[in-house]
Design a protein around this ligand. Structure first.
Ligand code: NDP
Length: 604
């Protein structure tokens, strides 16, 4: 199940790094545009039908609540669930969870498109595996299994007792006199809480391309995160029989499209895939969970495996690669290169050079894979990604590329420009109008827009100051969890905190910290806990100074949400994760808790 990271044979390089550098620059330049995040439409007003919940039959009906609890948790995805679990484990009973969906599950509740699955290994992605005793049946699990697992967590820790589904927070307001948060919702609630935790999900608000004519289309249309099975037929496993007489267009070729395109190709009479930038598609190689491996696991195996994965994908060194898949392969290449030079001590610059070569090597393999699979030469060429692997979310799929060998499937590459407009009848790209019965937007989610807009509510702290005002020049936090002027409030996410492809791991570490702080406050009868101005300023400085080390890498990348759509700025560099990597951040939090001194927090 794991790979040794020593004594592997050196690999011969058979590419010209300078030529590749030039090619990467050319491809990035084709995709650069002035409008950055402004190119997308906020899904509201006449577009709000794109975010209606297709999975609930009836609108929730209940009397508004005006009671008080110790902790309100906003969000019922893994973040909210983990916060609930960690609080419960410390004996905190008075919790209220608020979730706009009709169930727990977060991203896995919304994203039920055909083929939805996780391509981070299930044995590291699913949280609390040792606590729940659950063992995933496969290395990579499907979305519906993850949704069911989320609900299992909620049952095990009795979180169903304390949840308001189909409820959207509209405003959080701090009351200085009572030291309570007032939580207003679209159900007319005015709840009070001593503490609030916001775990809204970094990819929770679907976005649409702001292109001419988007409101003029007369055919059927929806966003992948609100899949319309009533129209397509079938379910998350595919079998989209409703499309057998339909000409379907899908806009976007990111990680979501990669998973649903094979099913669309199979179900639709004709499928047109509109591409702006190709994704990198590595093999998936799913397999069942071996019984003897499960038998062999020692206590704490889950934490060890998550830590090992993080170490490797964030550029660290480990003896073994326990996960041993496409995510960690790049680092295996790097180690082989370093060893082939006798393992000599390398400077930071030399290491970065080796890293770039290892990346080129990996991407050459990804590009040659396209040639091996896709029969039409032009189509294969268009499907080749020319950028560094972690400029965009890498994808792992065995059926995406072969779909382009089907007679009924056409790739419409737009040379980095995107589609031109939408007409009454379909999509216009490269000057050609494609008449379509249905347009599916696989155009992703807001990431670089303002935090409160993505939450869907404003937070008003001390003296009525809004979080948007406090963050007008970029996020300001301590550890990404607290913000000065917003007492007793906690954020879970990716701003100024750890980032790892294994996002639930980050959420789990954040949840432990938040639960620790709340428990200490409740136990010690501290009414108010708040990041000090100085500690916040120092943390912002730490984040920004580390971000500088990554600035060139991001600026060289093809645009996307990883690099603020190609517009790397002082503000965007303040809204980044902690630059020393996830494991360093988790250690920092652990030591902070062990010190038991609330460093950087003021309590009263
Ligand atoms: P993305 O933001 O990754 O992709 C959006 C796509 O829409 C891109 O291909 C983009 O092109 C394209 N696009 C946007 N505007 C236009 C336009 N005007 N014309 C043509 N194309 C356009 O969204 P996804 O939903 O695919 O994925 C979001 C994230 O969700 C992933 O990055 C990943 O983190 C997560 N995810 C995780 C999975 C997992 O296995 N764990 C599975 C699926 C998603 P361009 O690239 O040029 O911007």
């Amino acid at each position: 199940m794991c790979a040794e990271l020593v004594n592997q044979a050196p690999v011969e390089l058979d590419f010209d790094p300078d030529a590749l550098r030039r090619k990467y620059d050319q491809e990035r330049d084709k995709r650069l545009r002035d409008d950055g995040n402004e190119q997308y439409l906020e899904v509201k007003g006449q577009f709000s039908h794109y975010i209606e919940d297709p999975y609930v039959e009836n609108a929730a009906k209940r009397a508004p609540l005006s009671d008080e609890v110790d902790v309100v948790i906003i969000g019922g995805g893994f973040g909210g669930l983990l916060a609930g679990v960690r609080l419960r484990q410390l004996g905190i009973k008075s919790i209220r969870m608020i979730e706009k969906a009709g169930e727990f599950g977060g991203t896995w509740y919304w994203n039920r498109y055909p083929g939805a699955a996780c391509d981070i290994e299930s044995y590291v992605y699913l949280p609390l595996l040792e606590e729940t005793g659950y063992m995933p049946p496969k290395k990579y699990v499907e979305g519906e299994d993850i949704l069911a697992y989320s609900q299992k967590i909620a049952h095990q820790w009795n979180l169903y007792e304390d949840v308001c589904f189909q409820t959207e927070v509209q405003e959080l307001r701090w009351n200085e006199d009572s030291c309570r948060w007032l939580v207003r919702t679209n159900q007319g609630d005015e709840m009070k809480a001593r503490f609030v935790i916001s775990s809204n999900g970094p990819l929770n608000r679907p976005k649409l391309p702001g292109i001419e004519g988007i409101d003029s289309y007369k055919g059927h249309t929806f966003h992948t995160s609100r899949w319309d099975y009533g129209y397509t037929g079938g379910d998350a496993k595919g079998n989209l029989t409703g499309l057998k007489n339909k000409r379907v267009g899908i806009i976007g070729t990111g990680a979501t499209a990669v998973q649903c395109v094979p099913h669309l190709g199979e179900g639709a009479k004709e499928l047109f895939v509109f591409q702006r930038t190709p994704s990198s598609i590595d093999e998936r190689n799913d397999r069942s969970t071996p019984a003897d491996w499960v038998e062999s696991l020692e206590p704490n195996w889950h934490q060890d495996r998550m830590d090992n994965f993080n170490t490797l994908v964030s550029g660290g060194i480990a003896d073994k690669d326990l996960v041993n898949d496409g995510w960690t392969e790049i680092i295996r290449n790097l180690l082989v290169m370093v060893q082939s030079e006798g393992g000599a001590e390398l400077s930071f610059e030399q290491l970065m050079e080796k890293m770039e070569l290892a990346d080129f090597q990996k991407m050459e393999q990804i590009r040659s894979r396209v040639d091996k699979i896709v029969k039409d030469g032009d189509t294969a060429e268009y499907l080749k990604p020319y950028y560094r692997q972690f400029c965009k979310r890498p994808c792992f799929h065995d059926d995406y590329l072969p779909t382009f060998n089907r007679e009924n499937v056409t790739l419409v590459d737009t040379g980095g420009k995107g589609i031109e407009r939408i007409s009454e009848k379909g999509v216009v790209a490269n000057g050609v109008e494609y008449e379509l019965d249905c347009i599916i937007f696989s155009t992703g989610f807001e990431v670089g827009t303002e935090y409160s807009r993505r939450c869907g509510y404003e937070t008003y702290g001390k003296d009525g100051l809004s979080l948007s005002e406090h963050w007008q020049d970029g996020a300001r936090t301590l550890h990404g969890l607290h913000s000065h002027g917003f007492p007793n409030s906690f954020m879970m996410g990716i701003l100024q905190t750890a980032f790892t492809a294994n996002y639930p791991h980050t959420l789990n570490e954040q949840a432990k910290n938040i639960a620790y702080v709340i428990n200490r406050c409740l136990g010690g009868n501290h009414q108010v806990v708040e990041a000090s101005k100085e500690a916040e300023a120092q943390w912002v400085e730490t984040i920004v100074s580390m971000a500088r080390m990554n600035e060139k890498f991001l600026a060289d990348c093809t645009p996307g949400y990883y690099n603020n759509e190609g517009k790397v700025s002082d503000r965007s560099q303040q809204n980044v994760p902690y630059g020393a990597g996830p494991n360093a951040f988790f250690k920092l939090l652990e030591e902070w808790r062990e010190k038991d001194a609330f460093d950087g927090l003021n309590v009263s």
